[in-house]
Design a protein around this ligand. Sequence first.
Ligand SMILES: [Mn+2]
Length: 326
Amino acid sequence: MSDYFGAVIERMRQGERFLVVSHVNPEGDAIGSLLGLALALRSLGKDAVAYLEDPLPGIFEFLPGSETIVHTLDGEAPFDATFAVDCGQMDRLGKNFNKFEGMGPVLNLDHHTTNDNFGELNVVFPDASSTGEVIFDFCKEASIEITTDIAINLYVAIHTDTGSFRYSCTSEAALKKAGELVGRGADPWMISTQVYENHPASKYKLLARVLSTLNIIEMEDAKHLIATLYVTDEMFESTGADKGHADGFVNYARGIEGVEAGVLFRETGPDEYKVSFRSKGDVDVADVALGFGGGGHSHAAGCSVTGELKAVMERVVGALKASLAG
Ligand SMILES: [Mn+2]
């Protein structure tokens, strides 16, 4: 059960010094929401420290306020409260953050259906496309003016979590909010060129290797196809790409005509694979991932599976086939 913003706004008014945090392996919604909220708090004259446990991906360095993000809390005095954004579970905020004793009460602002309400106050809107939308609503309710710098951050949050307004979470509300953010100075083309037209060449070299592993598996019902891709440590090493560069490659598998489910297997250790699923809707991939101890949404989910690549692929594809047959 979520609270509304009232109690959170009350805490914000009473406090002077806040920590704002988001999850490890941060992506556009985590970073845009983090910075949008930190800038909003600062615009009220509050002291807001923006913390990410992991490094900021280079494509997000253009975001206003990104230069203020810190990656350590050593020596920080206690905070009046901590805002956690775009994060469903406390441990996803990072090991070092969880060791920090000065966080104060945690105010949890999110949109994940699987959020376990770990905060002292929790505002979780599963119908929101992104936490960017939640921060937008928060600013409105708290009468905080959305400046151009805030607008750019929140636009990136909504834009990336909706897959550039393509995914099933794209709603009238998301588009209306994005429209208002454009009106407040977020420039769609400037942002697109920064986020989507700015990739290192090594990522494309990796993509070429990964696409060459494409395998399309026909189901017995002849109605559905499954497409698989995989990426190994050797591919990262030989192309010079970073681990994060494979994020999103699974969408190439789903994007094929007739394919119901796309799967990407990524080597994460000796005989250990991270498995990412994307579906078009006839199969609930969260259910399949859950069978391997993972989780997610019905259209996008993930899990970890141990074993030799070929065996892992057979097990996972077998589970998907069983799910499609059911
Ligand atoms: Mn999100």
